[in-house]
Design a protein around this ligand. Structure first.
Ligand code: AMP
Ligand code: MG
Length: 405
């Protein structure tokens, strides 16, 4: 058996064929998880005016003397503007978020004054505490000033950014567009997931699982159904799929007599850049390109398909979206499983992840093999055992966590 390509080389080949997709304007809310294609400048000051940070009284700093009494001349609420200036000996009652009236440069908190009525029935306050000059005012532009860089290019948009942008009046954002991804299941034994399989048949669970993984990353999945292991229908389905940015086929890439996917892809003009990678599960995976379309042929076994998705397809989708694929960088943990003999392929073993006082530990989740999706679903991470490595219980192992971005 010819030694297959290493995973790192496979990833390099994929990344050399890809660059971020062109940009597009998205409504603000739809831009979460997308990546800005250019930096953005602040167009308004934030806060937009000097505002009070507390409920209290707007005064002049020279009047803030413990025991001093001031006349309260007006109340100003958030959304209002005071009609009087604050002069010496006077105060304006102010609510959180209201503009600080002209003349005032300090706000004393309501909790630090005593309110009373004067002999002539005018509202007054007595200052019970000192307060540093300038207290409790958020000054115009102190968070963000017009012309500041608001967000740099390549920022991956998260809810906090959406809040910042909404505060600046942005309604759309120009981001690298979402990849369009076709999922095509191949196999004459497959029936759509909403049908009852006959004898020897099995439901197509891969397409929907792969599409949901695709959509989790912010790409758009298109279900192209099932192609039989038969030359003309397979080629026809591939032809339809090749209009998308990415095609993910599952099944039909191994050594069976009816594993026609590599052949059919070549017939449809796909240049296959690798077929077989030194990983287990997932060894028969293939990758190719036709014009701007990236094509993966994943093994049909659901766990193998998922490992290939996570380790090979996901980084490509990140790259197309302009994102940094940091999540695949392995971290170390202590292996709590059995001793494992050397094996020529890089193994991905579903594990449970435990934080202990001695650091992270991983324990293999029992599995019946590459079709055991149940076991995968119970796994929180993959332990990755490098080609030809032995591993013993208590030694350190590399781990890729299966968490969503
Ligand atoms: P293959 O890679 O075509 O040899 O398929 C390997 C195994 O995965 C076989 O047992 C298939 O029945 C199963 N399989 C293939 N495609 C799918 C699919 N779309 N959904 C569920 N199982 C599948
Ligand atoms: Mg098959």
């Amino acid at each position: 058996m010819k030694k297959p390509l290493g995973l790192d080389q496979a990833l390099k080949i994929i990344s050399e064929t890809a660059s971020p997709l062109p940009d597009r304007a998205y409504p603000l809310l739809e831009a979460r998880g997308l990546v800005l294609s250019e930096s953005l400048e602040a167009v308004s000051d934030m806060p937009p005016f000097d505002k009070s940070a507390v409920d209290g009284f707007a005064v002049r700093r020279t009047d803030v003397i413990k025991g001093h009494c001031l006349d309260v001349i007006e109340d100003v609420f958030a959304g209002d503007v005071a009609s009087h200036q604050v002069v010496t000996g006077r105060a304006v009652r102010i609510m959180t978020g209201a503009p600080v009236p002209a003349g005032a440069d300090t706000v004393v908190m309501v909790e630090t004054v005593r309110e009373f009525l004067s002999e002539t029935n005018r509202p007054q306050i007595e200052l019970m505490e000192e307060a540093p000059p300038g207290s409790n005012i958020c000054h115009r532009g102190e968070d963000i000033a017009v012309g500041d860089e608001l967000l740099s290019a390549k920022t991956c948009i998260k809810p906090e950014h959406i809040g910042i942008l909404a505060g600046q009046g942005y309604v759309t954002l120009v981001c690298h567009r979402r990849p369009q991804v076709a999922a095509l299941a191949t196999g004459s034994e497959l029936v759509p997931a909403n049908q009852t399989p006959g004898e020897g048949q099995i439901r197509n669970s891969n397409s929907i699982a792969l599409m949901s993984a695709v959509e989790n990353l912010g790409a758009i999945g298109h279900d192209l159904g099932i192609a039989l292991d038969q030359e003309s229908t397979l080629r026809e389905a591939i032809r339809r799929a090749l209009t998308q940015d990415v095609v993910i086929l599952s099944g039909g890439v191994s050594a069976g007599l009816r594993d026609l996917v590599p052949w059919a892809l070549r017939e449809e003009g796909v240049e296959i850049l690798f077929h077989h990678v030194a990983i287990k599960p997932g060894r028969p995976v293939l990758y190719g390109v036709r014009e701007a379309t990236h094509v993966f042929g994943l093994p049909g076994n659901p766990v193998a398909a998922f490992v290939c998705f996570w380790m090979l397809v996901r980084p490509l989708l990140f790259q197309l979206m302009g994102r940094d694929p940091v999540e695949n960088r392995p971290i170390s943990a202590v292996w709590k499983g059995p001793n494992m003999a050397a094996f020529p392929l890089r193994r991905f073993i579903g594990v449970a992840w435990n934080e202990t006082s001695n650091g992270a530990e991983v324990t293999p989740v029992p599995t019946r093999g590459s079709a055991d999706l149940n076991s995968l679903a119970r796994s929180e991470a993959f332990a990755v055992i490098a080609e030809d490595h032995v591993i013993s219980s208590g030694s350190s192992v590399e781990v890729v966590r299966l968490q969503e971005h």
